[in-house]
Design a protein around this ligand. Structure first.
Ligand SMILES: [Zn+2]
Length: 295
């Protein structure tokens, strides 16, 4: 077992998700909060220009800029601000950078009812064990696996050997909610405490059963031939993230009041329902399957 030496906590990867930005400010002011004896904890504001502008990004979503083949050296095709920032971050914290990171924790918030969600990109035993531990100490925590989405290739959290995203919601963009701030903060401390124990070869007791919501695909809004949205999220599923959606259940509502039902054969558990930032990505929700794993 190789020890964890460097942990990076990132906020403001999206400039209008401000809980993470203020948590990073707090940790930089009170570094004892994130100090653990057996590893170094570093902090970073992911996209400072977007934070200053109060926007998700300036030119391009920073959290889609870490595909290292695309990133390469600067060319006219990747000269946008976020690609430049991704190169800086990779130079600082990438596996061949100045301070190679073992674990990245990237803080986000969502307009969808994500509660408190830990995002994993693969089912490495290290990731599953951390998820099982966190589920044991925070029973309301949801574990979302994007292993089948390809997100492990382009996200900021792909920088380190291990990477986790935290999503909390529902919260509007640019807004702080104290309750979600504190829940995010508590989850970070739980992660740091676990890593400390892991380094001490003293992994704490945990549930061996893990419920995982595994990404299976996305659904776009119904659109016309010009790409304009023709329907809204059906009120019955608004804020119903992580709840079962069965064939025939209402999914969208047209402006004329017509119901569009989910027609898939298998029961799914939608998440990121009506996420404001995903309208431009043609995503009305992500569909997941609920899985029970034994760790
Ligand atoms: Zn985000």
């Amino acid at each position: 077992m190789s020890k964890i030496k460097k942990v990076l906590i990132v906020g403001g990867t999206h400039g209008n998700e401000v809980i993470g930005v203020h948590l990073i400010e707090k940790f930089e002011r009170y570094q004892n909060l994130i100090y653990r004896p057996s590893f170094e904890t570093l902090t970073l504001v992911g996209n400072p220009k977007a934070v200053a502008a109060g926007r998700r990004y300036i030119d391009k979503d920073l959290n889609r800029c870490f595909n290292f083949q695309e990133l390469g050296n600067e060319t006219p095709a990747n000269s946008e601000y976020e690609y430049q920032r991704a190169r800086e971050i990779k130079y600082l914290f990438g596996q061949k950078g100045q301070k190679p990171i073992d674990v990245t924790v990237d803080l986000h918030s969502s307009t969808a009812n994500m509660g408190t969600t830990l995002i994993l990109d693969n089912h490495d035993p290290f990731n599953l064990q951390l998820a099982a531990y966190l589920s044991s100490v925070q029973p309301m925590l949801k574990i979302y696996s994007s292993a089948a989405s390809g997100r492990n290739q382009d996200s900021l959290r792909s920088l380190g050997k291990y990477g986790f995203g935290i999503e909390v919601g529902p919260i509007p963009q640019g807004v702080l909610y104290a309750e979600l701030f504190q829940k995010t903060e508590a989850l970070i401390y739980a992660i740091l405490d676990y890593l400390e124990q892991y380094n001490q070869n003293n992994i704490p007791p945990m549930n061996r059963q893990l419920t995982l919501y595994q990404y299976v695909g996305t659904v776009d809004y119904p659109r016309n031939e010009n790409g304009e949205i023709q329907s809204m999220i059906h009120p019955q599923i608004q804020f119903k993230d992580y709840e079962a959606l069965k064939s025939g259940d209402p999914m969208f509502l047209t402006f004329d009041g017509e119901v569009i039902a989910y027609e898939g054969a298998s029961t799914v558990y939608p998440v990121f329902i009506n996420e404001a930032a995903y309208y431009e990505k043609s995503i009305a929700m992500c569909l997941t399957e609920k899985q029970q794993l034994t760790i």
